[in-house]
Design a protein around this ligand. Structure first.
Ligand code: FAD
Length: 391
């Protein structure tokens, strides 16, 4: 809990720091990477750093945490902390790195605010930072301890690669040593590290899709402007890559509520895992899978999803194609007209705008915000401003 002494200081300065964040965030990253260039080798994504999304998310999460402490003094923002802890553990973040982030983030805030940042205000933000760090470290220790091994990345060998729709390749990896594998829960992802031509390793997350036991299977869409996926797409069978244990908390809840899986493009990967999991369990739950793609040729894992839905006793698939007449519907869905029943549990995955539109329409249609879960394939700027998630 935030001390009474710090509370008014945080209250008074949070709005100023929020306003200055676009200036503070890049300076924080710049000084951190100047002092610790090793963090760009295998820990941080260079692209997210360059685009500005990651520093804003990291600095913004501390502010969001502070704002939560002010408005809900008796609790922590569990959803925010859990999401961050899962991402951290997939990258192998360790305790000393919290000190590094602290020094450079608080340093950047101090440099930006100048004399306005009195020692008392600095101490108050220190308190917020370490409250958040301790809460995250506790979660992260638990996550590391729950793995079947004590390594962060184990070597895996590319055993098979298959083209699927939408410029997407499905990769199947087999263990390249005898590290025990942690079983994945449907919806979880792994971090995969790929060495770039300049020798630096870059990590990226990919959702695990159903595969044979003892393998890791992912579907990777090539981002023409991206750093890692164009390299991944060229990897020959036999290549060895470091792959993390499975992490991620966007998983199925223990409930009999009807399910709606709404995805766009490559956002179908978690949905295919959920469907396969339900089919394997012989679930009788009502399941509606809805997918949006430009055309059938651009629809990743279409047949795999169709097969999984066909195995469900109470499942259906509705397809929307925006650039062809091949789907059940043409164009983009009007989310308000999907007639999603308010007792549904909804899972979203796709571009940010797609998910924001869907979520707003579903909340307006009576689906409680906490029953709508989403996976973002990048830094999660959305949740930092997503008050509806806590409604
Ligand atoms: P990056 O190098 O990361 O670039 C991404 C984008 O950033 C590019 O399009 C580019 O426009 C922009 N960019 C790059 N450099 C700059 C710059 N200097 N300035 C401005 N913009 C810039 N992907 C899948 O294909 N399948 C999955 O199942 C999947 N699951 C995911 C699960 C999770 C939990 C997360 C977080 C992500 C997932 N992703 C998935 C996304 C994946 O991790 C990568 O982000 C994605 O594949 C792009 O990687 P990349 O290295 O090719 O592109």
């Amino acid at each position: 809990m935030l001390s009474e002494k710090s509370k008014p200081l945080i209250e008074a300065t949070a709005p100023v720091i929020v306003e200055r964040l676009p200036e503070i965030a890049p300076k924080f990253y710049q000084s951190m990477f100047e002092a610790h260039p090793e963090l760009l080798d295998g820990v941080f994504s260079r692209a997210n750093q360059k685009s500005g999304a990651q520093p804003l998310t990291l600095a913004g999460s501390v502010i969001a945490f502070a704002q939560h402490l002010l408005t809900h003094p008796d609790s922590y923002p569990d959803e925010l902390l859990s999401r961050v802890a899962h991402k951290h553990t997939s990258l192998g973040i360790v305790e000393p790195q919290y000190q590094i982030v602290h020094d450079h983030l608080l340093g950047a805030i101090a440099a930006d605010l100048g004399d306005a940042l009195t020692p008392e205000i600095g101490e108050a933000w220190d308190e917020v930072y370490w409250l958040m760090a301790e809460a995250l470290l506790k979660l992260e220790r638990g996550l590391y301890a729950s793995q079947a091994n004590d390594v962060i990345f184990a070597p895996f060998r590319l055993a098979e690669r298959t083209e699927t729709g939408g410029g997407t390749v499905v990769f199947t990896f087999e263990p390249a040593d005898d590290t025990p594998m942690t079983p994945a829960i449907a919806g979880q992802y792994v971090s995969v590290k790929v060495r770039m031509s300049d020798g630096i390793e870059q990590p990226r997350q990919f959702t695990l899709i159903p595969g044979q036991e003892g393998t890791r299977r992912i579907a990777v869409k090539k981002d023409m402007d991206g750093e890692v996926t164009p390299v991944l797409h060229e990897l020959p069978v036999g290549t060895e890559l470091p792959i993390s244990n499975p992490y991620g908390d966007v998983v199925l809840t223990d409930s009999e509520a009807p399910l709606v899986f709404l995805s766009a493009g490559i956002g179908v990967t978690p949905m295919v895992s959920f469907l396969d999991n339900l089919a394997t369990e012989g679930s009788t739950r009502e399941v509606r899978a809805i997918r949006v793609d430009p055309t059938d040729a651009d629809a990743p894992l279409l047949s795999e999803q169709q097969e999984a839905v066909a195995k469900l006793s109470n499942g259906s698939l509705e397809r929307w194609t925006t650039k062809s007449l091949e789907g059940d519907h043409t164009g983009r869905p009007d989310f308000a007209e999907l007639n999603v029943s308010p007792d549904s549990h909804v899972y979203l995955c796709g571009r940010l705008g797609f998910m924001q539109d869907a979520r707003s329409a579903l909340v307006a249609a009576g689906v409680p915000g906490q029953n709508i879960r989403y996976e973002i394939f990048g830094p999660d700027l959305w949740m930092l401003h997503d008050d509806a998630a806590r409604v």
